[in-house]
Design a protein around this ligand. Structure first.
Ligand SMILES: Cc1cc2nc3c(=O)[nH]c(=O)nc-3n(C[C@H](O)[C@H](O)[C@H](O)COP(=O)(O)OP(=O)(O)OC[C@H]3O[C@@H](n4cnc5c(N)ncnc54)[C@H](O)[C@@H]3O)c2cc1C
Length: 463
């Protein structure tokens, strides 16, 4: 078996996804002051879906997107591209946190994925969208039990699924590590960089103005309306949407609502059909294991394996260093775990490695709200499941700005804020203890006292 260093030498430290997108010209940064009806801060999925939906609702409005770097430079261009039929980070999370509205959350999550697919074809977006299902695999006996109760919950809500063991599992994935699986056919994947690039293309074609390389440094309610200050000028807007995800929030009230968690991924060279057959992965479903420290893996369009997750790293003081997006001991750990899961592929090289920052909230779902007498809306806290939920969040923010009551705005998940994270040093200590407990639970099947207490308080930690 090769050493990790061998398999990561020569690995490009950048998201693979951007190699699949042709070169594009940056939108010019803001230069001078401008006025608009709606200003959106953040050019990721959330901000760009907001722009498209705002254009649909108000065709005459002047809509401006202000992006600190290039659109998709952050989480939206760095993720695994798992596109869930869920806005609540899964059925189990909906049931645990909002039992009385779980049915509604599950239904809205499934229809959001349907509508996302409809939008892709309505806008002619080519994003390698594939609805080929997802397999969740278990390694330990208590995880197999967890899969069985997940299957029961699925059946209760009419969600198709199939419990797999032995030969049936081997036909979907043949690994010495995993002993059982739950296959759900209604789950999609897409190419996230293509998704951002297509959202941006359509937004520009619909006369949305995008300023790239334009960080907003200050946001205030000034005499001339809401003012977003940048080094190139000031944007004055009647209404503002904040779609800044894991970046330091522009509203003081949001500073304790989420923490930035670093998550990493590797991508292999393209694999041959024989290599894929050697691990029983001949269909194009995506896969994740069900540990607290879980791996997610999927195929790319050219048959590479993207292998990500496991560690979820919090740096003291919510540090967000660029260097940490390229280098981390997590990458070595991922490579070792890949070889363990797929011994027959242990000498396959990784062409790309990268990290991204997840906006973890204590409920592991997004929440939304308003400020400035309803003229500013925000949504954040997606916690590793924002590829599809970002579209739903965009619609929710516009409902809030339009001051209309909808099924979306009535959700307790949306209306109530998650439990805040404590300030340092308690934040760092709390995350460390919770993570240590979760890692122990993966080994022993026993939940730590701290995590049981957090469960009672409705506080969780995930990536
Ligand atoms: C490694 C990784 C893997 C993931 N895998 C998955 C997955 O498989 N499935 C899934 O559903 N989710 C996944 N996620 C989560 C998902 O990527 C995010 O939830 C989603 O992209 C959030 O979109 P967004 O537009 O809100 O945030 P972002 O894409 O982070 O966009 C926010 C934008 O705001 C800009 N910005 C911030 N502050 C300012 C400012 N002051 N001025 C101007 N601009 C500003 C940033 O530059 C950034 O472009 C993953 C995330 C990571 C990091």
């Amino acid at each position: 078996m090769p050493t990790t260093r061998q398999s990561l030498s020569g690995t490009v430290r950048a998201p693979y996804w951007w190699d699949t997108v042709g070169s594009r010209e940056s939108c010019p940064p803001l230069s001078g002051d401008v006025r608009c009806d709606l200003a959106i801060v953040g050019g990721g999925f959330t901000g760009l879906w907001t722009a498209l939906e705002a254009r649909r609702r108000r065709p005459q409005d002047r809509i401006v997107v202000i992006e600190a770097g290039s659109c998709g430079n952050a989480a939206s261009g760095r993720n695994g591209g798992f596109c869930a039929p869920s806005i609540s980070h899964g059925v189990g999370n909906a049931l645990k946190r909002w039992p009385t509205e779980a049915e509604k959350l599950i239904r809205l999550g499934r229809s959001n994925l349907d509508m996302l697919e409809t939008d892709l074809s309505a806008f002619g977006m080519e994003v390698e969208f594939e609805r080929k299902g997802k397999l969740t695999v278990a390694e330990q006996p208590w995880q197999v039990e967890g899969l069985r109760s997940q299957a029961e919950n699925y059946r209760r809500f009419g969600i198709d699924c199939e419990h797999l063991e032995g030969e049936a599992l081997k036909r979907r994935l043949d690994s010495p590590v995993y002993v059982a699986g739950l296959y759900e056919p209604n789950y999609a994947t897409l190419n996230p960089a293509k998704m951002v690039a297509e959202l941006r293309r359509v937004a520009l074609s619909q006369f949305v103005v995008i300023y790239e390389n334009t960080p907003v440094t200050r946001f205030m309610n000034g005499s001339g309306g809401l003012e977003l200050v940048t080094s190139g000028g000031v944007v004055r807007a009647d209404r503002v949407v904040l779609a800044t995800n894991a970046a330091p929030p522009l509203l003081a009230r949001l500073r304790l609502a989420t923490i930035p968690i670093f998550d990493y991924a590797l991508v292999t060279r393209p694999l041959t059909p024989e290599e894929m057959r050697s691990i029983g992965w001949t269909d194009r479903h995506s896969i994740a294991d069900c540990g607290n420290q879980f791996h997610y893996f999927r195929k790319t369009a050219d048959n590479r394996i993207l292998w990500g997750g496991y560690d979820a790293i919090y740096h003291f003081g919510s540090r967000r260093n660029e260097e940490d997006l390229r280098e981390s001991s997590s990458l070595d750990r991922l490579a070792i775990n890949f070889a363990r899961a797929f011994p027959s592929l242990a000498d396959v090289s990784f062409t790309h490695a990268w990290g991204g920052i997840i906006d973890t909230s204590a409920r592991t779902t997004f929440f939304a709200g308003t400020a400035h007498a309803g003229r500013t809306a925000y949504a954040m806290g997606f916690t590793g499941q924002g590829v599809s939920a970002s579209r739903f969040a965009a619609l929710t923010m516009l409902d809030l700005l339009d001051d209309v009551e909808t099924e979306r705005t009535r959700l307790a998940m949306v209306r109530t804020a998650p439990f805040p994270f404590p300030p340092e040093p308690f934040r760092w200590l709390g995350v460390r203890w919770a993570q240590r407990g979760l890692a122990d639970e993966d080994r022993t099947g026993r939940r730590s006292l701290l995590n049981k207490t957090l469960d009672v308080l409705g506080v969780g930690f995930d990536s």
